[in-house]
Unconditional design. Structure first.
Ligand code: ADP
Ligand code: ADP
Length: 230
């Protein structure tokens, strides 16, 4: 039973822009997919569908046994199990690093404050940013901010992590510290999908690479074959 199952999924923006075309994609638990392809090919839309940040019009998408459609309960259940990291870190600038984690209703609902802080600190330690817990996002480097965003997503104890160009907004010297954190999650067996242009990273981390063009998956391969036949 795949943890993510796209069956002939089609999506349009408006009435005429066909952004996802007959997407069939099964992802097993523990798989690490890298999604490549030119800008505008639908990569971001594809992964945003997985936690229902986008709707689709045709086909069937099931994530962690929930059919994503009109059922808001399913959407909620999926969002509690899928963490997402965006290109722009999407931290709240007026909240401290720690508050960015502890003020999320998604995972702290009903939890005593002390426990929420302990859990958040644990995730900040995991991405080696715990010393900055009381700083504000804009006092941190881009690489540090992105690690905070990763820690925030990890607070959900997600079954799946989605990364949408997590290093594209970073200065070159900060890319490695973020990729290293993602690499560690991969080593820990996390199911993940990552849109990236970092080919060295893709080769090291992926067990499957899919290539999109104009809304379709046009190639799917294991990394060796993919990188040896450009
Ligand atoms: P990628 O991640 O591969 O760059 P996207 O999934 O972001 O591609 O976008 C695919 C196409 O859909 C692009 O041409 C983009 O301009 C278009 N698009 C994205 N979001 C919207 C939207 N909200 N409304 C209309 N078109 C959109
Ligand atoms: P809040 O619920 O207070 O907005 P979150 O940490 O849940 O805080 O969300 C922060 C950002 O992540 C928001 O931009 C939101 O759209 C997005 N988001 C919320 N839940 C999820 C999720 N399960 N997976 C991915 N992105 C999410």
């Amino acid at each position: 039973e795949p943890i993510i199952n796209f069956e002939k999924v089609n999506k349009w923006y408006g009435n005429d822009f066909h952004v996802l075309r007959d997407i069939n994609l099964q992802v097993a638990q523990g798989e690490r997919l890298v999604i490549c392809g030119p800008s505008g090919s639908g990569k971001s839309t594809l992964i945003r569908c997985i936690n229902a940040l986008e709707e689709y019009q045709e086909g069937k998408l099931t994530v962690v046994d929930q059919l994503l459609g009109d059922d808001l309960k399913a959407v909620d259940a999926v969002r509690r199990q899928v963490g997402m990291v965006f290109q722009q870190f999407n931290l709240f600038p007026h909240l401290s690093v720690l508050e960015n984690l502890t003020l999320s209703p998604t995972w702290v609902a009903g939890m005593p404050k002390k426990e929420a802080i302990e859990k958040a600190m644990h995730q900040l330690e995991r991405v080696q940013i715990a010393e900055q817990a009381n700083k504000y996002p804009l006092q941190l480097s881009g690489g540090q901010q992105q690690r905070v965003a990763i820690a925030r997503a990890l607070c959900l104890t997600p079954k799946i992590m989605l990364f949408d160009e997590p290093t594209s907004a970073l200065d070159p010297e900060m890319i490695k510290e973020v990729l290293d954190v993602i690499m560690e999650l991969a080593d820990g067996g996390m199911t993940m999908l990552c849109v990236t242009h970092e080919m060295g990273f893709a080769k090291a981390v992926a067990n499957r690479v899919i290539f999109m063009d104009q809304g379709q998956i046009v190639e799917e391969n294991n990394p060796e074959e993919f990188f040896n036949n450009p």
